[in-house]
Write a new protein. Structure first.
Length: 267
């Protein structure tokens, strides 16, 4: 059983409230207004409404904290510990708009540049993933551990298809080919926060994706770490850039997966 801290309670409550609206909109996707931010980048009024609710709830509970939100950008708070919320109100918009029941709300709390609390909520499956630095990862009230598989040929890996151009796709297909050849399979579900949550839960043995944004991975990265997993840039360096090429896995398989990805890029 987990004893929820005040900050996790704030986060799960905000996620729950935004999720009720998302679920309602999910039942009526044909009535949503959708616009395009980029070539394959969509936003709907469901994203915007969920973001507004999250901003209201979180700033009501913690008036001094700043924000980094996918749809409305960054705003500074006046908190002495430089705390800010990193928010993706709807991760998996494309799934959502196609009636595919696999999307999430992703909330992270950053303190002096470090992620200290995380919530990823899948409203359709009613799965609330939470983590706090030093206190482990939970799914609803159950403690999570990454998988303990040691053999690549028994492991399943998730990935995401890059959005940026043909060159990226070619290199990505090489990577998939390499990983497929030695593993038990590759999955692509289109919701990075849940891919990371599933690594934390031991459902996937690892995950990699190029060019994610802070709101896609900040919460999920803490879920993975606090569940005993290892996460880095492809090439082994610690996650440092704003938009990393990210690879994570249980500690048995991380190096092998990372080396495979590196090798396929050099080839
Ligand atoms: P989103 O649904 O919040 O945009 C899947 O590979 C991940 O990439 C998802 O977390 C998704 O988040 C994000 N994503 C999807 N389409 C994108 C695009 N065109 N540009 C950048 N990120 C995208
Ligand atoms: Ca988006
Ligand atoms: Ca996202
Ligand atoms: Ca989003």
């Amino acid at each position: 059983m987990s004893l929820k801290s005040p900050v996790i309670t704030v986060m799960t409550k905000a996620a729950g409230k935004a999720a009720r609206h998302l679920k309602r909109d999910f039942g009526e996707v044909e009535n949503l207004q959708v616009s395009r931010k980029g070539p394959a980048d969509f936003v709907s009024n469901a994203d915007l409404k969920a973001e507004k609710i999250l901003r209201e709830e979180l700033s009501h509970a913690r008036p001094n904290f700043g924000f980094l939100m996918e749809e409305s950008g960054a705003s500074e708070g006046d908190d002495t510990l430089q705390r800010r919320w990193i928010v993706d109100p709807l991760d998996g918009t494309t799934n959502f708009l196609h009636g595919l029941p696999h999307f999430a709300i992703s909330l992270a709390l950053e303190e002096r540049g470090e992620i200290v609390a995380a919530v990823v909520y899948d409203p359709i499956k009613d799965e609330m993933f939470t983590a706090e630095k030093g206190n482990g990862t939970f799914l609803n009230d159950r403690r999570l551990r990454v998988s303990s598989r040691r053999r690549m040929d028994e492991a399943i890996f998730a990935t995401g298809i890059p959005f940026k151009g043909l060159e990226g796709h070619e290199r990505f297909l090489d990577e998939v080919r390499e990983v497929m050849a030695v593993s038990a399979g590759v999955r692509r579900w289109g919701t990075a926060s849940l891919d990371l949550a599933y690594v934390a839960a031991g459902r996937f043995d690892g995950f990699w994706e190029w060019g994610l944004q802070p709101w896609d991975y900040s919460a999920g990265a803490l879920l993975v770490r606090e569940a005993g997993g290892y996460i880095s840039e492809i090439g082994g360096r610690s996650l440092s850039s704003k938009s990393p090429n990210l690879v994570c896995a249980n500690t048995n398989l991380h190096r092998e997966l990372d080396e495979l990805l590196r090798k396929s890029r050099k080839a």
